[in-house]
Design a binder for this molecule. Sequence first.
Ligand code: AMP
Length: 222
Amino acid sequence: MVLLLFGPPGCGKGTQAAFLSERLAIPAISTGEILREEVHAGTPLGKVVSDLLAKGELIGDSLVNDIVASRIARPDCARGFLLDGYPRTVAQAMNFSTLLQRNGLPDPLVLHLDVPDDALVERLGARRQCPVCHRIYNLLSQPPRAEGVCDADGASLVRREDDQESVIRHRLQAYREVSNPVLKWYGNASVRRVDGAAPPQAVASALEMLVRQSVPHVAPAA
Ligand code: AMP
């Protein structure tokens, strides 16, 4: 099972990816998260991508393709996996298709979360993340129990550098310009659209139902 969770920045991909990962017992892989970890750890790759990440610019295709190829080769991906934030360009989608064929893996099921732009700007402006466990909060819809600190480990929550409003608008524009053609490239037959503006629990149920209907041999719900 290969799932691609698709949608603009702030559409709830991270939350829904974690939910699907747990329900379907497959890893959820976020290219954005991998890149942020590299920046945080100060690796050579992190140093190369840190400016682009802070500005909300897309990282070069070949770099991201290589990251995904080595990640899905790991044993935890043997039963399937979910990708969040990849592919973001037609070139990445084409490369990924070749990679899947080469590894004898099935065509992906593309899940697209639709959310209006204004709702995204509001949501992203209120988003905070724990720098230690990476848990995501939203000051409007999912605030931490105590203001400013993570429920799980008490670390001070931070606003991601690329969640500033001007950067958010830039990311939404980049998303529309670059990634919409990717959905067209996959075509209606493989893309399933879900209303991402609905409450998180309703979105989660809709996604899980879609996967169970579309992908054969998914383990029954717990
Ligand atoms: P995300 O967490 O998915 O919003 O990604 C955060 C940032 O990581 C993006 O704004 C890009 O700078 C970079 N990034 C993540 N995935 C990709 C990708 N597939 N292609 C290019 N850049 C990416």
